[in-house]
Design a binder for this molecule. Structure first.
Ligand code: OXD
Ligand code: MN
Length: 587
């Protein structure tokens, strides 16, 4: 195969000259191609076949132990002007960045195959979808891209019929996997990604964080009326049969996948939850003034640890077949295992590095171990997930993992205040990124690692959307992770979060009792159904209260954070901050 798109053809030739692969292979995305690549990887040891009786079509990849997470400190936005990348990004001048990585790409594919991977982010026939081409020397990346995107011949058709240079270009090589020679470079002005030195998920599957968030967020701002967000999309079906869609942005590992696949508990009879997406949402302003969302991805690259039959039975059911596991442990009979799958590690386990499991060596599965699986295997996958026009969003949730301070749920006073709420999201860090675990970091809209430009400009873009329609979703903030003095969670979470979503949807319908406070509308006493829950009225009162002194301290921290954005900081958010502070002083 090759292509009739001359721009693509010449770029592939140019990149082949730089990287000197032994051969170039154009992927068609067929089952046969996938199966033969898996066989080759099994033969080379890149993949291990898991127990085909219990887990048909499942394989395991063990990554280099130095290459197990996204690397934010090695991720760069390379724009002509440093200010356009902003204090939220590492910046390098494009010429310097090209020089730096091209030196690493030079000859790096010698002895290897360069795979040409055409893909579409979003339903293949949706006008809201976008195409890309990733050139990679990793068969593991190709196999993952086939699950995560619409990859192969149908994507190539779009690349040949859409405007000739409308595809996003991504060049990827695992290089020598040396963290010293690892860079994830984005050139939004050229709609180009160059990633070298890592074979791990977000660094290497360029359709995901690099294209669908960093490059797409840049494009979304330029083309107005569009938001590319780190959000799940979920449909809540009421007992009356109406489906309302909610998009939610939580920083990594705050239960996004769980919320996207929530199973209503027995107490919430008649409700159903439908999964549209679990990581990324592209939302466009429709003619009706509503935001319509598509999930640009076709698969999940989910965190395995903590996924169990009590926490997320839908996810667990999705990954019993045709799944690529990365860095999980294996039982003696070849079944995948991770912490949280069962209480105790089974006897005779092999750990994520392929060693006999010993408690002294740390966890059996890597804390950031993953499963890659097609969304079509999710039992709750929505029949509207592939609708070309997307699904209409009624509510946007922001949230983080905070042991104290932020209430269980509250609603913004208006769109501008909602943008402020999103801009001030903070969360305790987890294992999805390299670095310290358990420290509170501010992660606006959960986009800190993923916004492809200056966050001040990004907030302006959000505020701008607010001026374009009066039919936009209502905005809320949630926190499932409050703890009491003994360190125990105060709210049961998981399926019972539906009780909170019910209040959210009532508010969207102009119902649902609430009290206005400086930080937003909080649920009135009794407005959230706690029937049958082991949550006392005192706990509920605590979960829905504002502590003015603690919030004043929070506001000081927020203002310090806003200060970093200098003259790119939108005045509206500073005004919002001043309003909250003044109202708290009176409270
Ligand atoms: C992810 C992340 O992997 O957000 O989705 O880190
Ligand atoms: Mn994510």
């Amino acid at each position: 195969m090759t292509t009739t798109n001359e721009k693509l053809k010449s770029w592939v030739e140019e990149m082949a000259q730089l990287t000197t692969p032994d051969r170039i292979y154009w992927c068609d995305g067929s089952d046969q191609e996938y199966e033969s690549m898996v066989e080759e990887m099994v033969a080379s040891g890149d993949l291990v076949k898991l127990n085909q009786d219990t887990h048909p079509g499942c394989t395991l990849h063990r990554s280099n132990p130095d290459d197990v997470a996204r690397v934010e400190h090695l991720t760069f936005i390379c724009t002509k002007h440093e200010d356009d990348a902003g204090p939220n990004n590492n910046w390098m001048a494009p010429a310097d960045a090209h020089k730096k990585v091209d030196a690493l790409f030079a000859g790096c594919m010698k002895g290897r195959t360069m795979y040409v991977v055409p893909y579409v982010m979003g339903p293949i026939d949706s006008p809201l979808s976008k195409a890309g081409v990733e050139l990679t020397d990793s068969a593991y990346v190709v196999a993952n891209m086939r699950i995560m995107t619409r990859m192969g011949t149908p994507a190539m058709k779009r690349i040949e019929t859409d405007a000739k240079d409308s595809f996003v270009k991504g060049l990827h090589s695992i290089g020598d996997l040396d963290p010293e020679r690892r860079f994830i470079m984005h050139f939004p002005e050229e709609r180009l990604i160059k990633s070298v030195g890592s074979g791990y998920g977000g660094n290497a599957l360029l359709g995901k964080k690099c294209h669908a968030l960093r490059i797409a967020s840049w494009e979304a701002r330029e083309s107005k009326g569009w938001l590319a967000e780190h959000m799940l999309i979920v449909g809540i079906e009421t007992p009356e049969g109406e489906i309302h869609y909610v998009a939610a942005a939580f920083p990594s590992a705050c239960g996004k996948t769980n919320l996207a696949m929530l199973i209503p508990p027995a107490s919430q009879a008649g409700y159903k939850v439908w999964t549209v997406g679990e990581d990324i949402a592209w939302m466009h302003l429709g003619d009706d003034g509503r935001l319509w969302a598509i999930n640009p991805e076709a698969g999940m690259f989910g965190v395995a640890p903590g996924t169990g039959k009590d926490t997320n039975p839908n996810a667990l059911q999705s990954i019993q077949k045709n799944t690529i596991y990365t860095n999980v442990a294996v039982t003696p009979d070849g079944q995948p295992w991770w912490e949280g799958l069962s209480k105790e590690p089974p006897e005779g386990l092999t750990d994520w590095q392929g060693r006999p499991y010993k408690a002294g060596n740390g966890t059996a599965a890597h804390p950031n171990s993953r499963f890659t699986v097609s969304c079509s295997q999710i039992p709750s996958y929505s029949k509207h997930a592939e609708d070309p026009q997307g699904v209409p969003i009624s509510a946007i949730l922001f949230g983080g993992r905070r042991a104290s301070l932020t209430p269980l749920v509250y609603q913004s006073l208006n769109w501008q205040h909602g943008v402020f709420m999103g801009a001030t999201v903070a969360s305790e860090t987890t294992a999805a990124i390299t670095g310290q675990v358990g420290v509170v970091r501010r992660d606006p809209m959960a986009m800190l690692p993923f916004c492809g430009y200056n966050m001040g400009d990004y907030w302006k873009h959000w505020l701008q959307i607010g001026k374009m329609s009066d039919n936009l979703p209502k905005i809320f903030h949630v926190n499932w992770f409050r703890r009491n003095g003994d360190g125990d969670f105060m709210w049961p979470g998981f399926g019972d979060n539906l009780r909170v979503l019910r209040w959210v949807l009532e508010r969207c319908a102009g119902k649902g009792e609430a009290v206005r406070t400086p930080i937003g509308y909080l649920p009135s006493y009794g407005a959230i159904d706690t029937n049958g829950l082991d949550v006392s009225p005192e706990t509920m009162a605590d979960l829905t209260a504002v502590d003015p002194a603690a919030w004043q301290a929070e506001m000081d921290d927020i203002n310090e954070f806003f200060g970093k954005f200098g003259d790119r900081m939108p005045q509206e958010l500073l005004d919002e901050s001043a309003r909250v502070k003044a109202e708290l002083a009176k409270a």
